[in-house]
Write a protein that binds this ligand. Structure first.
Ligand SMILES: [Zn+2]
Ligand SMILES: [Zn+2]
Length: 293
């Protein structure tokens, strides 16, 4: 649509489970000719290529937390982006531990970096340099009218864990990151046009893990640090976004979507969608979601 101020693409709507249908968590937000990537899950480099935003051009990355499913795509984006022509530092913001993690990655891949930078291709040193910034609630990134606000959510033992709010020209998008029911998210999401929220389908998680003989307590602990469909419905009711979308669907199996739909409808009567990889949401006067063919 023509009056869209913010364009959001779900690059990956999955979790640690390596599904072809749902790649690892990653969301692209585009505004004012800038690309911002939130989380770098498995396959985010391929997905960015698929939507014609190769990683040299998507050089602003924000992490919600350091769970592996949200960061395993970083080496690919960082290293392959350099091979593909990035000449400026890889810039990334995230919770405390982000700069340390990036320093460890530089050590882990030092052989490749040394060979390509110093001996073989002689790629520019700046292109593989890292500018990593540990942030906290209240951190605001601003550039060309785009404002990105960082806030705390509640992901159990994973502290800190962030959600993000992106504001541009009077439009706004809120990303929950991974969280259980969070009053702070409800506060920061007030007035948002689009709310993208994680969800756990408890029965699907229990069934899936029981089928492979896992301890039931383990499933309950997983469920405890996410938000159930009924709880998310309550959050949607309190935030009242123009459109609510699920991403990061924990427990994705055949019947998960029915469980999520039914649970949400117990507490929310407004408009919501279960996101899919590569669905696009244009946020303008209206909020329009387009699913891939
Ligand atoms: Zn996750
Ligand atoms: Zn997590």
């Amino acid at each position: 649509m023509t009056d869209s101020q913010l364009k959001v693409t779900l690059l990956g709507t999955g979790t640690p489970v390596p599904l072809m249908r749902r790649f690892g968590p990653s969301i692209l937000v585009q505004a004012a000719n800038q690309n911002f990537v939130f989380d770098c899950g498995r396959g985010s480099a391929q997905r960015l290529m698929q939507v014609n935003v190769p990683s040299p051009q998507s050089d602003k990355f924000f992490l919600t937390h350091l769970h592996s499913d949200h960061v395993v795509g970083i080496p690919d984006l960082w290293l392959s982006g350099w091979v593909m022509g990035r000449e400026t530092p890889f810039r990334i913001w995230g919770p405390s531990g982000t700069a340390d993690m990036m320093g460890h990655l530089e050590k882990a891949y030092q052989a490749d970096i040394h060979i390509r930078r110093d001996l073989d291709e002689k790629f520019p040193a700046d292109g593989i340099a890292v500018e990593a910034t540990d942030t906290q609630q209240g951190f605001v990134y601003q550039e060309n009218g785009v404002k990105i606000t960082t806030f705390d959510v509640d992901h159990g033992h994973v502290k800190p864990a962030f959600g993000y709010r992106i504001d541009y020209e009077g439009r706004s998008v809120v990303l929950s990151g991974d969280t259980r029911y969070s009053e702070n998210l409800i506060k920061y999401a007030q007035g948002a046009d689009l709310l993208i929220h994680e969800v756990v389908a408890p029965e699907s998680v229990r069934a899936r893990r029981a089928a492979v003989g896992r301890d039931p307590g383990e499933s309950e602990r997983i469920i405890q640090h996410h938000t159930t469909p009924e709880e998310v419905g309550d959050i949607f009711s309190k935030v009242k976004p123009k459109l609510a979308v699920y991403s990061h669907i924990v427990g994705a199996t055949g019947s998960t979507e029915e469980e999520v739909n039914a649970g949400t409808r117990k507490t929310y009567s407004g408009r919501f969608e279960i996101g899919e990889d590569l669905c696009v949401i244009d946020v303008g006067h209206e909020v329009v979601i387009t699913f891939p063919d």
